[in-house]
Each structure stands twice: as structure tokens, then as C-alpha cells.
Design a protein around this ligand. Sequence first.
Ligand code: ZN
Length: 614
Amino acid sequence: MAPRKYEEIVTNFSSPTLVLAGPGAGKTYLLADRVKRLLDNGIDNESITVLTFGKDASQHMREELLNQTGHFKIEFKNLPHISTMHSLGFTIVQEKPRYVNLLKTNLKVQADDVAKRLLFRDAALICGFSEAYSKEAIGCKEHGDCTEEPNKKKCIICSKYREVMAKCNRLDFDDQILLACKILEKYPDILEKYQLQSEHLLVDEYQDINAAQFHLIELLSRKNRKGLFTVGDDAQSIYGFRGCDPKFILEFGDNFQGAIVVTLLHSRRCHRNIMEPSFKILKSNYPAWTGEPKLKYHKPDGDTPYIWHLPNELLEAKQVAKVANSAIKEKKEVLILTPKKDFFPILTKELKKRKIPHTCSVNLTPERLQVVNRVIEWVQDPNDNFKTRLVVEDFINTGIAKVPGADKDNRSSSTTIAKRIDEEIKIAKLWESVSKKNDLFSVIKNYANPYMTLAKLQEGFASIDETYYNFKGNNRGEFAKKIAFVSGVWIEPSKMVEDILEVVKILKDEQPTGTGSVRLLTLRKAKGLEADVVIVVGLEDDIMPNPRANNIEEEARLLYVSMTRAKEKLYLFHCFKRPRNISYGPELTKKPRSRFLVAIGRKSEWKGTYKVKS
Ligand SMILES: [Zn+2]
């Protein structure tokens, strides 16, 4: 891979191009610059499509291009197509929804993982398989290699799941791509339309595509391969669990004839003393890595990472809050990154104690309120089969039709679990009676000679429906009481007060991000972000790398991505002690630090009050 001049890369219009660009190399600038050069060369903006990984990145790209005081100063009417790959997929599906058994009106994307698992479970049970098989089927579709082959067990479930989803007129995240490809392959005129608008196809984050996404890119660029311009970094590939694979980067030259692969050798975000320790982690844990690039650093060398050893999670949280506090006093942006969300409660508690404004990436709305929310959503739209199904689950989990054993763990006896599964099968089979003319609510309402659970469901739905009707006629107190009763939440009034106070607190804590702000996220959510100060916690060897992920290479890349969010300072924390709900391994004390910290090759600094014998 011979290094080439920037000018040569951005104006290469004669072959498919892959630009390898490390963290903070100026990828967004490069893509925007490419658009500008295309327009300057007389290319019609209608034939340029830019695909980004997330919605924020799309928005950022638009702003960068339109900024009239910036570099590009593009007029709004000359803006190319800019979207995420998934929303482009959704647009394509809307061209011929009937071909994939969906309807254009009210077609929705279903992105909730809990609901997805529930509908997959229904699909497996309808087909006579156990719930365990539904997990395999989920993986099949997530990896983007679902072929719906009738002789594969998991794909029988995939097909049934799609049937159920069609009855809900919803498609999930993966199907936006999979079904779009299906439509493009079937209808040449639709394919041509999208190929024309992708004659110059720019793709960001090329390392995080899976087989289905690769297929979509291949279809769209088939007419004009020379216009394919992709940007990525195999070292930042962190979505292996969704079937994304750095192999698409490593094999770019084989996949597209005449392709050139070039490297952008700039580090504009991180200084040398952050990049070099991060490279060490890749070097010792990711053998297939394309190798350490000789970077041109655009910033003076700063501090090397602070590697701190804390006695326990409470002192870790206090130390995190202290660092964050002094950073925001200097109007710095702070990112706090954790291996999983179980770290959030103790960290947010310490931040709140010090009145440090912060945002947190997970939905902290109490579960009980979420249940109520689903019931209210349903009653306003009782013919929506998806909403009905979610409420059925709430009713059998905690509500009026409660069937114990939902978790199927060792807290329930085997008889309880067997009974529960039996009920789940009966409920799953209700889908078989659902049709265009007969929605799920009607199926339940009109079920003749109902068995006990079904009778209870009928009672629950009917009473909510009825009191909602009265609610509109001014009996609000009664409606609230009914919801609380049938959904099984707030049997004690004190719980209701507790939940409402919690929500008020969440709303109060919400602060805009920007200078002087603190954001709390899991490592995986750090993609595409940057901050002056980055703090990574939980770096013990049985948490990071996560032994359950069973993919050391990807875990190394994940930490690499996290560390290289830092513009100035980087803090890496690990603890002597860690509670059981967070540790994956059996050891709760004397926890060895992560092998990734060992790879950096420096000792940790002990930040405790007592001596530890090692
Ligand atoms: Zn499948």
C-alpha cells in the first residue's frame, strides 16, 4: 500500500477506492471534500449518494457541506443523497413493500431488542421448536446471511418470524437491508433507479458492514464501480456480533477489480502519546491488523495515559467524578466509558452527588412506568397487533394474567417453568388466527371457551378499553386505577410515587452536550465520538476482554476505539475488588488487570489508601 498524496486520493475517479483512515484522520472532511470535487467536475448531485453509519454522522455531513463559512459552501439545491445505509434500505423497501408482504401505509421499523426476542420466541414456538432455537435464528438474520432455506431449522423460524412481523406491518433493523436487496434483485427498474443515484457511492465506516450490507453496496455500485469510494479502518471494526467483519476491508482489492487501497496518514484528533499506547494493544492482540501506520501528528505530544489501580468500585466512581469535575471546570468535554451498563448506577450516583451535569445513554425510566406506557400506547391503537402482543406479555409477566416462571431460571421449579412454556406456546399460536380482517385484539376478545389465562387477558383488555372510553368522557382517575390494576404495577401507592419522582429526576438531569459536559456510555457506543478527556473504567482481565464475547481481537479493537476518542487526556481504571454482578469471572478480589493494560507496558499507579500485596 503505497502512501499517496491526499490530492491524488480525493480526485481519483478512475477506480474503486478504499481509503484506510485511522481515528481522527479527517474522514468526514475527506468524504465532504470528495463530494465537492465531484460537483466541481460537473457531476450531478442526484447521482451522488453518501452512506454513513449513524444518523448523527449524516447530519454532521450535511452541516459540513452546507456551512457557508466553512470549506465547502455547497448550496442546498446541490446537496447529494445523504443517509444511513439502513434508512436507504427502508426507502427501497417502501418502493415495493407488497413483494415482502408489507404495506406502505404505517410501515414502521421495530428496533427494540426485547420485542424482537419475544416475536422470535413466538415464531419458534409456532413451528414446534424450543425458545433456544429462536436465538440461533436471530443470529442468522443479524449476520446478514439469512437465506430462508426451507431445510434449515433456524431459517424456518426466520420465515415464520417474518410472517408474524408482516402481521404487525413492521420490519426490524436487519430486514431494512435484507429485504431491500431482495427487492432490488427482483425488480430491475428499481435497481436501476437506485444505481443511477449511486453512480458515485461514498461509504463511511466500511469496516462495520456485514454480508447483507456488502451485498447492497455491491448491487448499487454494479453499474459504475469506478464511482465507489469507501473509507474505513479495520482496526476499528467492533460489530463482529452482528456479523460485521474486517475481512470486507482486507478483501476490498479482491472484491472490486482494479481497486486501489490507500492510507490517510494523519492524526488530527489524538497526539502521539495516546496513539502509540493504543497501537500496542492492537499489535499484541490483533494478528491480522494491517499494521502500525507512520502517522503525521497534527498536535503536540501530550500526557501518556494515566493507568490507575483503585481498591474498589466505590472509590473508582469517586475518582471518576473527581477527574470529571476538574475537567468540566476547565470547560472540557468528558466521556466516561464502561464495558457494560451495570457500571452506570454507581457512577451516576457519584456524579449527581457532586452536581456534575451529565447524560447517560440508557433508558433509566423505571420498568413499571414502561409497562404503563405500553398499555396507554395500545389503548390508543388497539388494532396494532405489535402493541397488543407487547401488552399480552406484560399481562402474563406482571399483570392480571400473571403466569409465573417468566425468567425460566433456577428460582422457579421445573413444573412452574413447564407450565409457563405451555402458556407461551398457546399465546404464540394465537398468531395463526390473525389475518388482515382479524387483528390480534379481536382474536383474543372473541376467543370462545377461553382457558384461564386467556379469560384473564380478555378481562384485562376489555376493562382498559372500556375505561379509556370513559376517560375521554372525563373519568380519568378510574382509568389510571384500572391500568395500575390490570398491569400489576403500583399495587402499593408508594411505588407509584417513587417512579414518578425518578422520572422527574431523570428529566432534571438531562443536559445538553458540548463544552463542559460529561457523557456516560458503554464502550460500544463511543464510535464516532470524541472528547478532550476520556475515562475508561472496569479494565480487569475478566471484564475487558469479556470472556463471554470469546473474541479477544474484537475486544482489543473495542478498547482501541475507546482510547482513541481522547483529544488530550486519557484515564484507564482498574480495581482490586469488584462485585459479583459486574465480574464475569469467579474472583471478586485481587483481580488481575486487563491484558490490554499489560500490553501497554507500564505499571499501574495505586490510588488507594491501603497497601495491596500482589
Ligand atoms: Zn435465516
